[in-house]
Design a protein around this ligand. Structure first.
Ligand code: SF4
Length: 446
């Protein structure tokens, strides 16, 4: 039985306006605990023998965008010349070569590849072909189950989409965010709604096995009526999968900068309760049309055929090889992140050095917490699975937290399954902080 207790004060309930900060939990322990001092741990993993039982994925970060969105908190560049982009892509390929030679990765083949950004579709067709050709030469894709590619609608032509499909991409993820051109404009997006329809039409004709569209609930100037129209338009498109994020305002966004200049503590966007209600509305409309809720953020048209190999691999502790500036990965139980400056990243790789700038070697309890909380985002977890995988009874290990979720009406807990209710699922990121080890709670999550 765990001796842990809940903190005196539960995690701040963002019931009112949206204040600055990161609420979305994408990893554990939080990034702010990763340190340069732990980098030697990754060298030890890379020198160790490969573990054939652990699935392998590759993440390639393309940090270029046409414009920086006002809500963006990623490492992106909007002003790079073609020769700088070429240099970056070559550095990524060289980084992959360096990894592929290491003992831990020798002879292994990826089960999933993810091109994320930034905007991967910002690259030209020859750059995309050179990049994937090289990746396949070093680690053949004959065991690949999923290749995901994030795209900004305004960068997609029919020719580029053809090339993306021919690369082997199985899951195209379109960053639509909103269908209203004024809202797209006021939030700094580069694309407009006509480009969404054009790109989606092309992509459907080409026949990608899975097309996802992203929306954001609570962009600057979003209204109830406009949100409903967005949901209606998304539904008309009949995507295989719809992902909805609730807008947050991390400290490195343009919106936060403006808040600081104006001395505001609350962002000029919808509050958390409104955003939850909007996501709930979207989920209900899609459910009425036959879709199923697949996680706190997604609805899927056909749960039986729509796989999430990258997400499931990531949540389950697969090895994820991070390529590119500021990329995050996980190898042999060690979290790593690359240097976040493109010049320093390219320089290091060109010198033949890895560009990791911080790392965290997880212990078994941290790996259990990570696996458990990330899976709660999917809506349910099965305690017997954790008994088998970690030898831990999660009903005991997390007894206070589960009792609290139950008493608040956020979840139902039985020995066989823990099920998040809709109200709990829609604010799951806030609730997950309660499962963190005490010294990781309420850290600024950056
Ligand atoms: S397109 Fe995506 S990565 Fe690029 S600036 Fe906008 S939010 Fe950031």
């Amino acid at each position: 039985m765990s001796t842990e207790t809940l903190p005196d004060k539960p995690a701040p309930a963002p019931e009112g306006g949206t204040e600055a900060g990161n609420y979305f939990v994408s990893n554990y322990p939080p990034f702010s605990f990763w340190q340069a001092e732990q980098i030697p741990a990754i060298a030890r993993v890379l020198d160790s023998p490969p573990n054939p039982d652990v699935p392998l994925g590759v993440y390639f970060h393309i940090p270029f965008c046409r414009k920086r969105c006002h809500f963006c908190y990623f490492r992106v560049y909007t002003d790079r010349k073609p020769d700088e982009i070429r240099r970056y892509v070559r550095a990524g390929m060289k980084e992959f070569e360096m990894y592929a030679k290491r003992n831990y990765l020798k002879g292994r083949k990826p089960q999933f590849v993810y091109f994320g950004g930034g905007t991967p579709s910002y690259l030209s067709v020859p750059q995309l072909e050179e990049l994937t050709g090289h990746l396949k030469e070093l680690m053949p894709w004959d065991e690949i189950q999923e290749v995901t590619f994030e795209a900004e609608p305004g960068t997609l032509t029919e020719k580029k989409l053809d090339a993306i499909r021919n690369m082997g991409v199985t899951r195209l993820s379109l960053g639509v965010e909103n269908f209203d051109d004024h809202i797209l404009d006021i939030n700094g997006r580069a694309h407009r709604s006509m480009e969404v329809y054009r790109a989606y039409g092309y992509a459907r004709n080409i026949g990608f096995p899975q097309i996802n569209i992203d929306l954001i609930a609570g962009m600057l100037e979003e209204t109830e009526d406009n949100w409903k129209r967005c949901v209606e338009k998304a539904l008309e498109m009949q995507p295989d999968c719809l992902t909805i994020y609730q807008m947050e305002v991390p400290y490195n966004t343009g919106i936060y900068k403006t808040m600081q200049e104006e001395g505001k503590l609350v962002a000029p966007i919808a509050g958390w309760a409104t955003k939850r209600r909007w996501v709930d509305y979207a989920f209900s409309q899609f459910e009425a049309a036959g879709y199923e809720v697949g996680s706190a953020y997604t609805v899927v048209k056909n749960k039986a055929t729509t796989k999430f190999v990258y997400r499931d691999g990531l949540f389950g502790g697969a090895d994820l090889l991070p390529l590119g500036v500021a990329s995050f990965g996980h190898l042999g139980g060690v979290h790593i992140q690359n240097n976040a400056d493109i010049g320093a990243y390219c320089d290091a790789i060109e010198r033949g050095e890895h560009a990791v700038f911080r790392a965290y070697a997880t212990d078994p309890d941290e790996r259990l917490i990570r696996d458990f909380i990330l899976h709660l985002k999917l809506g349910s977890v099965k305690p017997p699975h954790y008994q088998k995988k970690f030898g831990v009874n999660v009903l005991e290990r997390f007894a206070p937290q589960l009792a609290w979720l139950s008493s608040e009406g956020f979840a139902t807990v039985t020995p066989e399954i823990i099920t998040m209710h809709r109200e709990g699922l829609l604010q799951v990121d806030r609730l997950l902080h309660e499962f963190f080890l005490p010294h990781h709670r309420h850290a600024r999550y950056t």
